[in-house]
Design a protein around this ligand. Sequence first.
Ligand SMILES: [Zn+2]
Length: 144
Amino acid sequence: MPDVTPRLRKRIVDALVQCGMTKKDATICEKSIYANFPSDYCIVAYEKIGQLKSGTPSQHVLQDIKKKIKGWGSHVYNPIKNTYENRIFQDNTKIKPVKGMYKCKNKECGSDEFYIWNETRRSGDEGQATIRQCSKCGKRGREN
Ligand SMILES: [Zn+2]
């Protein structure tokens, strides 16, 4: 496991940007990883880069990071949280949820409003998969 040096941290931010995150999102994402996963920093960071590369939208990557952060309710995270929530709002105005096409399989949810996007694959031989994520509970499904 390489040490988490400022140089490595900068490289992670650059890699996140290259994979399609805005500089601002990449910085939030990297800071959250650094603060919350000190011993698994590289694993988590590369996992997130991998997700972006495979076409996962940046707001879902950030959301996933948020879910994993212990004590996210603490006021310590307010500055990051505010930036993050603003960003989610902005992203949601770009990807509009689609109503009535799918029904959420989470019985406690049952919503019919989903974010839908295509996952792009490097190998290409399996074609494109369509990913859907419930706008209410976040449950995901896929179709090849
Ligand atoms: Zn749902």
